[in-house]
Design a protein around this ligand. Structure first.
Ligand SMILES: [Zn+2]
Length: 268
């Protein structure tokens, strides 16, 4: 998305224009951006060290918004997740050891330029009611993002000793409520803002003050950055994240999730 509309001053900015504002103005305005076409909330991402220019993105665009072209390209190039959807009789077993076993350089193997998967594929050869498909966390996150029907799927997912339906187990950040406190789920959504604690803790914020934040303790930060090839923490803005863990609530009623296990997290 090349342009974003700022609701605080009713101005439309190009990503480059916005990036030229002073830091204080950027941090003030970036929470009030929206897609100029569908008015979905938008985020701003600074230029990255790897050469990627500053850009805007929406989180996400409304259906059929013309600004959301990259996502539809992704859907068209995707086969892996359709297979999941079209095999309703199957149980999905989440393969958590994949990342740990395959080491750092294989982490994005399942997502090449075309969005085509290189991972395990089930081609739908016959309806085997008890068939099991193994999926990686990253594949599941991609399905949740690009395929709304998958979020509501009644297909069973097995994670360790947990057996639940997809729709029960995966909770988008914006649907977190007090019933989730202490519950182990697959919490997922988009990171729109980064915060830093005085003790070096990094906070990945999913929205405004009422929304959940994910905490990256100092002990895991370097491994997390290596694993997902992140140069600066700012690169995470706009990314989707999925974490299997429990929801906690702070003394001032702020929801948060602590990322303390690398095998339970994926970024996209
Ligand atoms: Zn839009």
């Amino acid at each position: 998305m090349d342009n974003a509309f700022c609701t605080i001053n009713n101005q439309t900015y190009s990503a480059y224009q916005f990036s030229q504002l002073d830091i204080a103005t950027i941090s003030q305005l970036r929470r009030f951006l929206e897609c100029p076409t569908c008015h979905a909330p938008a985020f701003f991402r600074k230029a990255a060290r790897n050469g990627q220019a500053a850009c805007f993105g929406a989180r996400p665009h409304n259906d059929e918004c013309i600004e959301s072209a990259p996502l539809s390209r992704l859907i068209n190039g995707e086969n892996d997740d359709e297979d999941v959807l079209h095999n309703d009789g199957q149980r999905i077993v989440l393969d958590l050891n994949y990342g740990a076993a395959e080491a750092v350089n294989h982490i994005d193997d399942d997502m090449n330029e075309n969005g085509a998967g290189r991972g395990v594929r089930f081609r739908g050869n016959g309806n085997r009611p008890n068939a099991v498909v193994h999926r990686r966390l990253s594949t599941i996150l991609r399905s949740l993002i690009i395929n709304p029907a998958f979020r509501f799927s009644e297909q069973m997912i097995e994670v360790g000793t947990i057996n639940q339906t997809i729709s029960e187990f995966f909770v988008p950040f914006n649907e977190i409520n007090q019933n989730c406190i202490g519950r182990i789920c697959g919490y997922w959504g988009q990171i729109v803002d980064i915060g830093a604690g005085q003790d070096g803790t990094i906070w990945l914020n999913s929205g405004g003050r009422e929304d959940v934040s994910l905490c990256l303790p100092t002990t895991i930060q370097q491994r997390f950055f290596d694993r997902f090839r992140i140069n600066m923490v700012e690169d995470l803005v706009g990314s989707y994240i999925l974490y299997l863990g429990d929801l906690r609530v702070s003394q001032n009623n702020k929801y948060y999730i602590v990322i303390d296990e690398l095998t339970f997290v994926t970024c996209y």
